[in-house]
Design a protein around this ligand. Structure first.
Ligand SMILES: NC(=O)C1=CN([C@@H]2O[C@H](COP(=O)(O)OP(=O)(O)OC[C@H]3O[C@@H](n4cnc5c(N)ncnc54)[C@H](OP(=O)(O)O)[C@@H]3O)[C@@H](O)[C@H]2O)C=CC1
Ligand SMILES: O=C(O)C1=N[C@H](C(=O)O)C[C@H](O)C1
Length: 240
């Protein structure tokens, strides 16, 4: 386990993406974290950018030593970075959504040897929204529950990971949610959980207007996870 006084060396997986770029920009403002490697699927156009070495996923074995990996890629990218983290005994924070059941099982298996934290949404607002949704579902057992999510038109998975996670909280409260997805323009991420009863309805809405909220949450999680024992963690574990 990493010593708390050290600067935590971070590998960013999915570095060329929308989230990867936000993470690298915000990482540069943190004194306790330092980016030491950036990995993407394709060969990097430049080997080194602002002193940071870039690698293609096929070159993963050559990355320098790191204390925690942060992955915002696609489901088919998970296996390689998870394998490297297990090989090197290093924690993994992942925000990648749309994982298959086998991807989830791979995370569980890795968590027997390294700390692993996966969250479909790293914003504080959505973390709180989950609690509100479960409570509303518990109180409104006979009402219909529907989840509508809107994202930018490049997003590949639907329903979003956040919608499914909110739906799981609604189910814990006794609801049976249905889902609807919109893909349009450059919407960062919007989720509405609607409870509809006879003559009235409640809408619980979260709107993200900047990817920085997700990136900040993931960096916070990485700094925390670097000091944890092996196991599978959720964002809620950080608040205890
Ligand atoms: N949990 C959360 O809070 C949030 C989660 N997300 C999720 O994060 C993920 C990334 O989103 P976003 O940044 O918008 O996506 P982008 O498409 O912008 O970026 C994807 C990144 O992953 C890389 N990549 C893709 N496939 C692989 C692979 N097989 N192996 C290694 N690297 C790969 C891409 O490399 P290349 O450019 O070379 O193709 C790119 O760097 C999505 O699953 C999204 O749903 C997004 C926002 C918030
Ligand atoms: O792909 C995105 O952009 C986002 N994905 C996450 C999800 O699937 O819920 C989180 C956020 O809504 C943005």
């Amino acid at each position: 386990m990493k010593q708390s006084s050290d600067v935590t060396r971070v590998l960013i997986h999915g570095a060329s993406g929308r989230m990867g770029q936000a993470l690298l920009r915000l990482l540069a403002t943190r004194e306790d974290l330092r980016a030491v490697a950036a990995v993407s699927r394709s060969k990097p156009a430049q080997r080194v950018v602002d002193g940071l070495p870039y690698f293609a996923v096929t070159e993963l074995h050559g990355v320098p030593a790191f204390d925690v990996a942060i992955d915002f890629s696609l489901p088919d990218g998970l296996e390689a970075i998870l394998g490297l983290c297990v090989e090197r005994g290093v924690p993994l924070v992942s925000g990648t959504t749309g994982l298959s059941a086998s991807g989830e099982r791979a995370l569980d298996a890795a968590a027997t040897t390294v700390p692993v934290l996966l969250a479909a949404n790293f914003s504080l607002g959505v973390t709180v929204l989950g609690d509100l949704v479960e409570r509303a579902a518990r109180l409104l057992q006979t009402w219909d529950c529907d989840i509508v999510e809107s994202h930018h038109k490049h997003k590949l998975d639907a329903p979003s990971g956040t919608a499914l996670a909110l739906g799981a909280r609604a189910e814990q409260g006794g609801a049976q949610p249905s889902y609807a997805s919109l893909r349009a323009g450059d919407i960062v991420g919007e989720h509405t959980v609607q409870f509809a009863g006879p003559g009235e309805r409640i809408e619980l809405v979260h709107r993200a207007t900047s990817r920085d909220v997700f990136a900040r949450g993931a960096l916070h999680a990485a700094a925390w996870l670097a000091g944890q024992a092996p196991g599978r963690y959720q964002l809620r574990d950080m608040l205890r």
